[in-house]
Design a binder for this molecule. Structure first.
Ligand code: ADP
Ligand code: MG
Length: 352
């Protein structure tokens, strides 16, 4: 198990601080966050390439903070992938064994085995310049794993891979994790990748952890405005909360919530937790507002309605089937209903 304890690093105005989290054996933990939030810095600190100003790094309860990278036995795929251009595929993969002074016959067997495993035999003599993004990725992963590392650190590894091929490589990474049991820390700023790969996620913003939890935790309670927008939630509304009611800014709308406290607040409501009806639904636990459909956007697997309610725009996801059966179109009047419990509190601010 790897544990980061109160890691800190300052670069001028940028201040990475209070970075504490653990990752257990066999797990995949992803680090998400806007560009410049400190993701690569954390990975480099774990790897030992950057020395933190403060904090401790433990591996299996041993303090490894002062260990140089080569002693840490961690596999690393940097943001740039970092294959050696002057070495062919075979030599690139062999490299970590060579610097560890493993005997030639053992090296040859290990390289052959992993190249077979990763389906790289036909590429063994090729140089990185003549590989596709996906092939480079595979070679980098083979090189990061051949010496049986205790952990693999991957920094936005899909950047050079065609969108259509990403799923295949994600599955490949997952299989590698299952087969070797090696924990992986996976940095990404892509939602699909994070959802497909994560057992756990850490979100970081301006050098600080804003949430750590399972994928389910992130989906259910995004907690922060940036996380909510990363998960593409659209109904993010600002207002003033008092007595569990949110008076929406620039509108007469009052939303019933189950939130405590008083003051300026940002909240969100999931687009699939809003019910559309032609008649008013009444219940004390419900918010029910009359609105007018401004636009209809067909999505891949559902339909998104943009509905104006007293100057505030709500986005509601409904199935194509319900959309048809309700006989709706642009300019139709509809009622939107959602529970007080569906109103989630958000902290923080938007940054990209
Ligand atoms: P991310 O990977 O999340 O995009 P980074 O960890 O690369 O972010 O960078 C975080 C911040 O630290 C940025 O503002 C970046 O400019 C700064 N930074 C990173 N490395 C250095 C460095 N070696 N010297 C000065 N500033 C740096
Ligand atoms: Mg980075």
């Amino acid at each position: 198990m790897l544990e980061l304890k109160e890691i800190e690093k300052r670069y001028g105005k940028f201040y990475l601080h209070n970075i504490s989290f653990k990752i257990s054996k066999t797990k995949i933990l992803s680090i998400i966050g806007p560009s410049g939030s400190g993701k690569s810095t954390i990975i480099k600190i774990i790897m030992g390439i950057i020395k933190p100003d403060k904090g401790t790094l433990l591996f299996d309860n041993r303090d490894i903070s002062s260990f140089p990278p080569e002693v840490r036995n961690f596999g690393y795929i940097p943001q740039s992938i970092g294959l050696f251009p002057h070495l062919n595929v075979k030599r690139n993969i062999e490299f970590p064994l060579k610097i560890r002074k493993i005997k030639k016959n053992i090296r040859d067997t290990a390289v052959l085995e992993i190249m077979k495993d990763f389906d790289l035999m036909d590429l063994s003599e090729r140089y990185p310049a003549n590989l596709s993004g996906g092939e480079k990725q595979k070679v980098a992963l083979a090189r990061a794993i051949i010496f049986n590392p205790d952990i693999i650190l991957m920094d936005e590894p899909m950047n050079s891979i065609d969108f259509q091929k990403r799923e295949k490589y994600l599955n490949f990474i997952k299989k590698t994790n299952k087969k070797y049991g090696t924990p992986i820390i996976y940095v990404t700023h892509n939602l699909e990748e994070a959802v497909a790969i994560s057992d756990e996620m850490v979100a970081i913003k301006r050098g600080e952890i804003i949430k750590h939890g399972t994928l389910n935790d992130f989906m259910r309670e995004p907690d922060d405005v940036w996380i909510a927008s990363f998960f593409r939630h659209k109904n993010i509304i600002s207002g003033y909360l008092k007595n569990r009611e949110l008076k929406v800014n620039n509108s007469d709308l009052i939303i019933k919530t189950s939130l405590e406290g008083e003051g300026e607040k940002d909240i969100m409501i999931r687009g699939d937790e809003i019910i559309i009806s032609k008649k008013r639904i009444s219940s004390s636990a419900l918010n029910c507002f009359k609105g007018r459909i401004k636009d209809v956007i067909p999505n891949l697997y559902n339909t998104e309605l943009i509905i104006d309610v007293g100057g505030i725009e709500f986005r509601v996801l409904i199935t194509e089937k319900s959309y048809k059966s309700l006989d709706l179109s642009v300019a139709s009047s509809v009622y939107l209903s959602f529970k007080a419990n569906s109103v989630k509190n958000l902290r923080g601010d938007f940054i990209q």
